[in-house]
Design a protein around this ligand. Structure first.
Ligand code: NAD
Length: 255
């Protein structure tokens, strides 16, 4: 088992990439704190883990609220005694328009969840990792944090922030053997974020072909594709890997 006896907090664990990571990490021996604003989804993820004989608990959390994040850290430590891994994954995409058409409230909301949320989770997990003398933080950024795209509002700017947040944590905490890295997914199927966009695109075969065609490997990603990348970065196999971004996009940004 690649994560035997590790304790992993996974935000956004109710759906998509976070849910896949929670299930796969548990199979690899980790005890999971599955955190999300969607309790129903989170409870289902935890039930799946328990049904396979794994250990997990679910927690309602809004990652943009410091009080919620502190509660999550306290619960993880009081239940499982330590925090080895933070999968900083909860995120939203709410602006399909040009930058100038993004409402100020949408900007604030996007950065509150995608950037402040990842900052708060890291901030309050780091002291526990320092106590342990080790830790691994994996931020879910995006290929949208590497390249510009038309009409994705300020989502790309938030994901670029996530990449640099991980790099700075990597530098600031290397002396404590705490590593921080990012995964950068391409388009991922079976996620709430893409549910509507993919549904509409699939109805209009041409649009779907366009999305698939952006990926040289000829398909969109699965949540599991992303979770396995996060698993590598979270595990001791990556003990010499910090401050990097693992792009998992079927070659989309290699063009
Ligand atoms: P998803 O919508 O299925 O999962 C995101 C989860 O985050 C949901 O369960 C949602 O309830 C939760 N969440 C949203 N706001 C929250 C908050 N304030 N506090 C706690 N939880 C909150 O989509 P996903 O694709 O699995 O998203 C995971 C991450 O992957 C996100 O950061 C997203 O930006 C990133 N990403 C997704 C894609 C894609 O194509 N789906 C591509 C690149 C990056």
């Amino acid at each position: 088992m690649r994560l035997k006896d590790k304790v992993a907090i996974i935000t956004g664990a109710a759906s998509g990439i976070g849910k896949a990571a929670a299930i796969i990490f548990a199979r690899e021996g980790a005890k999971i704190v599955a955190a999300d604003i969607d309790m129903e989804g989170c409870n289902k993820a935890v039930e799946s883990i328990k049904a396979e004989g794994g250990e997990a608990l679910s927690l309602h959390i809004d990652v943009s609220q410091a009080g919620h994040v502190k509660k999550m850290v306290n619960l993880a430590v009081s239940t499982y005694k330590k925090i080895d891994i933070l999968i900083n994954n909860a995120g939203i995409f709410i602006t399909q328009c040009r930058v100038g058409d993004v409402e100020e409230e949408q900007f604030e909301k996007t950065f509150a969840v995608n950037v402040r949320g990842q900052f708060l989770c890291a901030k309050y997990c780091l002291p526990e990792m320092i106590k342990n003398g080790s830790g691994s933080i994996v931020c879910t950024a995006s290929m949208s944090g590497i390249v510009g795209q038309r009409a994705t509002g300020i989502y790309n700017a938030s994901k670029a922030s996530s990449i640099l947040l991980a790099k700075n944590i990597a530098l600031d905490y290397a002396e404590y053997k705490i590593r921080a890295n990012c995964i950068c997914p391409g388009y991922v199927d079976d996620t709430k974020i893409n549910e509507e966009i993919f549904k509409e695109a699939r109805k209009d075969g041409h649009k779907w072909d366009e999305i698939v065609g952006m990926h040289p490997l000829g398909r969109v990603g699965t949540p599991e594709d992303m979770a396995y990348g996060a698993l590598y970065l979270a595990s001791d196999e990556a003990s010499f890997v910090t401050g990097t971004t693992l792009v998992i996009d079927g070659g989309l940004t290699a063009v």
